[in-house]
Design a binder for this molecule. Structure first.
Ligand code: MN
Length: 510
């Protein structure tokens, strides 16, 4: 990768003054990393250049691309955030600092080990909840959507060069990619990035399954590709007949998403989409017209028609999906969407940097079937603001987890608590019994008082004593209502006990 190639890409959508900024960021980063090498032996600057290129392909703004070029400068060179601020202004410095801080979020090794080992549905459920909390933590620490997008591009290149990393670290990084980064890309609706991240992690996390599936796909792929070409021809001439302007393309499906489907259907013959067939048209009316045309041509399979236009996925994805008995009676999946929906599906949130007109308003704003999820609401809110460029910078701030902290048990279980929470809140969050007998606490291995204020990422160990019970003064510092109601009840119970004993003593004659 070279700076010239990056500029060529950026030129396609950015004005000259933006290109100057990107070049300046490149030279600054190149200088800062000049004596450093990647594990692959390449000059270090290759890494930020690749990350920046990924973003330029998504047509992201110049500040974000510049921050991508500078993203490892604070972490890996003597340069400070203050210096970056002086050189590039507060916005870029803030983004680079955010990426550096986010780099410290790690999935703990014991979570990964247990997750890979235990396959019972119950434990799986609890681990996906763990990962969900970790995802929240990730978002909370990012504070700005652009920080996450840079981090995703950073991770993509790290995954592309994972083979150069010591093997004991590979699994952790790949698992993290699968459980945190790919879902994050998915939630932001950046489907292409999600697919790439998953496919890069797949062979490290599930090596046996990967080799098996790859064999099957390679065996079937050429035949399937030839077949898709024939279908494509038929579709092209039919659309012409019906005066539907359509672009039809076929592309190999991502392996990891195939693997997930296979787990569901357990039979490769039921996977009809080794090659995804897409019909891209001008507007929504044409989407339905194309669907009608296809169903007249070939009979649809029962239960395989999905209308994500009327009912978009929570991340804003829109398309029509159908599976039909196609040429030679072969079941074939076809997706139909407009150009705007296509951009939305590939670039998600990032699409808004270059699609600003009213009719391409984010799908979430027009309609969402899943408005009760806080995350979706938040996305919808700031997507709304995105249509007003003046509010752009402000709206990119992610403050919906701002008031939460994420704290680990020594085993690596993560709990989210309100900021200002104490070990007592944490104890009650684990279990009311743990709270009840809480007698002391260690934070990151050191003894602390029970009113100690916990910080994001702390590892907290609760020391229990069967004889101890909640103290009334805990009510002065606890933050959660769960702890409050439990303590109040316990304290009341204590009072009653004392009172009863007192009464009993009084009423007994002797
Ligand atoms: Mn990096």
């Amino acid at each position: 990768m070279t700076i010239e190639r990056l500029i060529d890409q950026a030129k396609t959508y950015l004005p000259d003054k933006d290109l100057k900024l990107i070049e300046r960021a490149f030279h600054y980063a190149n200088d800062a990393h000049k004596d450093q090498l990647r594990k692959s032996g390449e000059p270090y600057i290759q890494h930020p250049l690749h990350a920046a290129m990924t973003l330029a392909k998504m047509q992201i703004d110049a500040a974000t691309i510049s921050a991508a070029l500078l993203h490892d400068v604070i972490e890996d060179t003597p340069i400070t955030e203050a210096e970056l601020k002086k050189e590039f202004g507060p916005d870029i410095a803030f983004l680079v600092d955010g990426v550096s801080k986010l780099g410290k979020v790690r999935v703990r090794k014991d979570i990964i080990d247990t997750n890979l080992k235990e396959q019972e549905p119950d434990s799986f459920h609890s681990f996906s909840r763990q990962f969900e909390t970790l995802q929240k933590m990730f978002v909370a620490m990012a504070k700005d959507i652009r920080v996450i997008i840079i981090k995703l591009a950073d991770r993509l290149h790290n995954m592309e060069t994972l083979k150069f990393i010591p093997s004991d670290k590979q699994l952790r990084i790949a698992q993290e990619t699968l459980e945190i980064y790919a879902p994050m890309a998915d939630r932001l609706g950046i489907g292409e990035l999600k697919g790439q991240l998953e496919d890069l992690a797949f062979p490290y996390v599930y090596p046996k399954e990967y080799i098996e599936l790859k064999k099957i796909v390679e065996l079937n792929y050429p035949r399937r590709l030839k077949y898709i070409k024939r279908v494509k021809k038929t579709l092209e001439s039919e659309s012409k007949k019906h005066h539907i302007e359509a672009e039809i393309n076929g592309r190999a499906k991502h392996l990891y998403s195939l693997y997930n489907k296979m787990k569901r259907y357990s039979n490769i013959d039921q996977i009809y989409d080794l090659v995804a067939l897409r019909v891209i048209v001008d507007d929504v009316t044409d989407c339905y017209a194309a669907l009608g045309m296809i169903h007249k041509l070939w009979k649809p399979l029962n239960g395989r028609i999905k209308d994500y236009i009327a009912m978009p996925k929570p991340n804003g994805y829109q398309s029509l999906h159908t599976t039909v008995f196609c040429l030679d009676g072969q079941p074939t999946e076809i997706q139909i969407r407009t150009k705007d929906m296509h951009a939305q599906a590939e670039y998600g949130i990032a699409a808004h940097w270059h699609y600003k007109s009213e009719q391409t308003k984010p799908a979430l704003l027009r309609r969402s079937s899943n408005h009760d999820i806080a995350w979706v609401k938040q996305l919808a809110q700031w997507q709304e603001k995105l249509t007003n460029p003046a509010e752009l910078a402000e709206s990119l701030k992610l403050d919906f987890f701002q008031n939460r902290i994420f704290v680990f048990t020594p085993r690596g279980d993560v709990h989210d608590l309100p900021s200002g929470a104490t070990p007592v809140d944490f104890a009650f969050a684990i279990h009311s019994d743990v709270g009840y007998h809480c007698a002391g606490a260690k934070v990151n291995g050191k003894m602390v008082t029970l009113n100690h204020i916990l910080q994001n990422g702390d590892i907290v160990e609760i020391l229990q004593n069967k004889k101890s019970s909640p103290k009334p003064d805990w009510l002065n510092f606890i933050k959660t209502s769960e702890a409050r109601s439990n303590i109040k009840q316990a304290v009341k119970g204590e009072d009653k006990k004392t009172f009863n004993i007192f009464n009993k003593n009084k009423s007994t004659p002797n």
